[in-house]
Design a protein around this ligand. Structure first.
Ligand code: ASP
Length: 598
């Protein structure tokens, strides 16, 4: 096959994935790894593997020029070998339909063992039984597995598609520093001691945010970069200490322009990597509506299960706890699970445990019956007409299950968002083949820390406030909306950005609202404020989480699967054993003294 022969080198004529029926009779040379090995009545068969596929090799004693048989018996899994031989059709009945090369085999006349291998600690055709730590420790072997090879390939295709698309739209790929001044994105910085500046530190970029904004001031009105970002924060299945963004910034634009470019980017990526046609424009929803209906700013819209406000149903009911909640500004909110009234007590207890896990005292359930016949965990306290009203308000009918929680919105949202996920999974409502994109807009500019009362930016401090809300900046900062937007896919936030502030005075007001004094602002961000004094264009941008996008393209649920050398869930590089101790001498050169707490 042409493709396979394109990869010809001094070592091979073809790859292990390229041979087909049409190659019958060709003399070929292949290199690769011994994948599977079997001895059928003295004849050795192996499946030989490289990046491109698997080919069956038969060591036929009779036709061999060398003592191939005894050599073939020395082969073990993962040996690197070179095989010469003739392509021939597999005997009838032995064709392997599931393999692209399954109609042929190579009858070997020459075998060379190039490298031997230790017995691998796990089988490379079998993921299930191996713990992740051992896979990460022997990542070079893990990466040989077909699944990870496919993921890396999909990720490559996505990056290529992205680059081509950005280039078509005149975006320039511009690099920004890795050793920089802190770029706040709300996480802890990784600091790098500056040997040549005793006592000072560089920070690794949490994102190229400030630099890309400065590039706008420099007149590069369309910038992008596939940028590595670093945030020193707790790891999760979809988070790593270092990750990759498709980072974008544009000048002379508004929200719709960025959204359009991003939708086109996702469209291109899905078409080029998976051949899937997306249908932009994607749904848009304001933050308030999103929180009201789904309790979270990144809802999975592959299923419905909207949250309903049931406060009016229970106002004045016999349950003191509910009344207290309603009197102190809280609400009773719940979800209808269609046809789930038959859940057993055990299943209802499990649901309650999820609610408790999310920080509530528990949830209430109601098996919706006809008028006056509802079963409920509080039916001995609350009289039936209240349940009638609740069912009516929720739009629930006989046979449905209502699950509800009371409290401040911050609590009910959190609990119900989790219950939505739990119940959708339990009810089998999640269609794995569906892609549900959503834009969330009009975020609040600030968040208030419940414990300390301090304000912080919901996105980052360079996000523009909504012009209509500017006058509330000092008086009612929590009411100020921002010009930020997030893009969500199937419950994952895959990107986010905003229209930026380009006026130094507004930027100073934001810093002040965040409790950053003018002097601190000058020290930390003076260079940006100064740049804005030299003709700053209106600008905005977005960053797409490349790892998460790749994870979703690959249909896996761990970001580590699409990163060749990820950190473990405990933030270690298990293969290379990072982080590592360094010599005292090196630390001294960096003007650092080590204090290890006992
Ligand atoms: N710098 C932001 C982030 O990393 C994205 C943006 O606002 O463009 O989340």
């Amino acid at each position: 096959m042409m493709d396979s022969q394109k990869l010809q080198t001094q070592y091979r004529t073809d790859t292990c994935g390229g041979l087909r029926k049409e190659d019958d009779g060709r003399e070929v040379t292949l290199v690769g790894w011994v994948f599977r090995w079997r001895d059928h009545g003295g004849i050795v068969f192996i499946d030989m593997r490289d990046r491109y596929g698997v080919t069956q090799i038969v060591f036929d004693r009779n036709s061999a020029e060398q003592d191939i048989d005894s050599l073939a018996h020395k082969l073990r899994s993962e040996f690197v070998i070179q095989v010469k031989g003739q392509v021939r059709p597999r005997p009838e009945g032995t064709v392997n339909e599931s393999l692209p090369t399954g109609e042929v085999e190579v009858s070997a006349t020459h075998l060379e063992i190039i490298s031997e291998s230790e017995n691998p600690p796990f089988r490379l055709d079998d993921k299930g039984e191996v713990g992740e730590d051992i896979r990460l420790q022997y990542r070079y072997l893990d990466l040989r597995r077909e699944e990870l090879q496919r993921y890396i390939r999909i990720r490559h295709d996505a990056v290529i598609a992205a680059r081509k698309y950005m280039d078509t739209l005149s975006f320039l790929d511009i690099e920004t520093p890795i050793l920089c001044k802190p770029t706040p994105e709300g996480a802890r910085d990784f600091l790098v001691p500056a040997r040549m500046h005793p006592g000072k530190f560089y920070a690794l970029p949490q994102s190229p945010q400030i630099y890309k904004q400065i590039l706008m001031v420099s007149g590069f009105d369309r910038y992008y970069q596939i940028a590595r970002c670093f945030r020193d924060e707790a790891l999760r299945a979809d988070r790593q200490l270092e990750f990759t963004q498709i980072d974008i910034e544009m000048s002379f634009i508004d929200e719709d322009d960025i959204i359009k470019v991003t939708e086109g980017l996702m469209e291109t990526i899905y078409r080029q990597t998976l051949g899937i046609e997306l249908k932009p424009p994607f749904v848009r929803m304001g933050y308030d509506e999103c929180m009201e209906l789904y309790g979270i700013d990144r809802p999975d819209l592959r299923y419905d299960l909207q949250i309903k406000d049931l406060s009016d149903a229970f106002r004045g009911c016999e349950f003191r706890v509910f009344n207290q909640i309603l009197d102190t500004g809280g609400r009773i909110r719940g979800i209808v699970v269609p046809g789930a009234a038959g859940y057993s007590r055990k299943e209802l207890d499990d649901i309650n445990a999820v609610a408790v896990d999310m920080g509530s005292k528990g949830c209430v359930w109601q098996r919706v019956g006809g008028g006056g016949e509802h079963d409920s965990s509080i039916k001995n306290i609350v009289s039936q007409p209240y349940f009638d009203k609740a069912a009516e308000l929720a739009g629930a009918s006989r046979g449905d299950l209502l699950v509800f929680v009371g409290g401040p919105d911050s609590l009910t949202s959190k609990v119900l968002a989790r219950l939505r996920q739990y119940l959708a999974a339990r009810e089998g409502l999640i269609d794995k083949n569906k892609l549900s994109f959503l834009w969330v807009t009009d975020f609040p500019l600030f968040e208030r820390d419940e414990a300390t009362g301090a304000l912080s930016s919901s996105h980052h401090p360079f996000t523009s406030p909504h012009p209509e809300d500017l006058d509330k900046l000092e008086s009612e900062p929590e009411k100020v909306r921002s010009r930020a937007y997030d893009i969500v896919l199937n419950g994952y936030e895959i990107g986010g950005g905003s229209i930026r502030i380009h006026n130094p005075d507004v930027q100073r007001r934001i810093f002040r609202a965040l409790g950053i004094s003018d002097e601190q602002a000058e020290y930390k961000f003076g260079f940006l404020l100064k740049a804005f004094q030299y003709g700053a264009p209106p600008h905005g941008g977005i960053a797409m989480g490349m790892d998460r996008v790749a994870m979703l393209l690959c249909g896996t649920d761990s970001i580590r699967d699409v990163i060749p050398f990820p950190k473990s869930s405990k933030a270690s590089g298990l293969m290379e054993d990072a982080p590592a101790m360094v010599e005292e001498k090196e630390l001294l050169e960096l003007h650092i003294r080590k204090i290890v707490k006992k």
